[in-house]
Design a protein around this ligand. Structure first.
Ligand code: PBG
Ligand code: ZN
Length: 315
């Protein structure tokens, strides 16, 4: 076997996985309360952008070779029903319009309500739980407002049953049949989101998300979630988080022929970046982590390392 490893060129010829910037999606936070930028303390190297600095940042991402960004909005006003999420003049809608001038960068708005509800939950509450079907009505409004602003892909992340079908029908009825759905299909109730909740100001005010996000102990259930999303019209299905869930990804890859995304979440980023910054890990750990997600079966990876990889490594 060592014949296949004797030089870098030979190793490259035999490599089964290619890490390419074309396949990376960079998460971006836009904050309506902000002018300029503000570092996210839980995520070294990541900042929130105001609407004034966002277009320049997106243009610099495009220049670095990044092809796609997933966008999270932090609104200036939260309320019980998260109504700012579908304000046609809301922060994400404005950002999509601002990004419309870019040549190539695809901006994918995350579609959820946890940044918009005063509860921090991903939908409309009745009693102490998220009401499934009332929430679907709001998700449809959000999807339409994103499509009207010019989004070509929307990414529902709330893990509410039937969200893909509801959004697909709403988009089609309004003539947006060309708008794609990147479905957060197998999204687990993970501890690895905690840095994100600071970044996006989306921490639940009470309770947790275990009644809608998946139980980390389950994999067959994840396959059912993905199968349902495919049948409801998802263009891309997703496994999230990535590194602790590579088995789920590999099982999905062998079962489904649709495009599969993996979301390497905030704590995956912060753990590795803190390791690199402290000298505990060499920077090659970043490549190894992201390569492992592609080897596991992802067609595309959402990662906070996208910009770092584009700038620091020839990917
Ligand atoms: C909200 C949402 C979350 C993430 C993406 N969309 C967090 C959550 O469910 O609390 C997590 C991303 C990350 O940790 O990087 N629907
Ligand atoms: Zn949410």
């Amino acid at each position: 076997m060592r014949r296949h490893r004797y030089s870098e060129t030979v190793r490259d010829l035999f490599s089964e996985t290619v890490l390419s910037v074309d396949k990376l999606i960079m998460p971006v936070f836009v904050d309506e309360n902000l002018t300029g930028t503000r570092p996210v303390s839980s995520m070294p190297g990541i900042s929130r952008y105001g609407l004034d600095t966002l277009p320049g940042y997106l243009a610099s991402l495009e220049d670095s070779g990044i092809r796609a960004a997933i966008l999270f909005g932090i609104p200036s006003r939260k309320d019980h029903d998260g109504t700012e999420a579908y304000n046609p003049r809301g922060i994400v809608q404005k950002s999509i319009r601002a990004a419309g001038t870019l040549n190539k960068l695809v901006v994918i708005p995350d579609l959820c309500m946890c940044e918009y509800t005063d509860s921090g939950h991903c939908g409309i509450l009745n009693g102490n739980g998220v009401s499934n079907d009332e929430t679907l009505e709001s998700y449809k409004k959000i999807a339409l407002s994103y499509a009207e602003a010019g989004a070509r892909i929307v990414a529902p992340s709330g893990m509410v049953d039937g969200q893909v079908a509801a959004i697909r029908l709403a988009l089609d009825d309004a003539g947006y049949n060309e708008v794609m759905i990147l479905a957060y299909s197998a999204k687990y109730a993970s501890t690895l989101y905690s840095p994100f909740r600071e970044a996006a100001d989306s921490k639940p005010a009470f309770g947790d998300r275990k009644s809608y996000q998946m139980d980390p102990r389950n994999v067959r259930e994840a396959l059912r979630e993905m199968e349902l999303d495919i049948s409801e019209g998802a263009d891309i299905i997703m496994v999230k988080p990535a590194l602790f869930y590579l088995d789920v990804l590999a099982r999905a890859r062998s079962r489904f022929d649709v495009p599969i995304a993996a979301y390497s979440v905030s704590a995956e980023y912060s753990m590795i970046m803190n390791g690199v910054n402290s000298g505990l890990l060499p920077p090659g750990s970043i490549n190894e982590a992201i390569v492992s997600i592609f080897r596991g079966g992802a067609d595309m990876v959402i990662t906070y390392f996208a910009e770092w990889l584009a700038r620091n490594q020839p990917v």
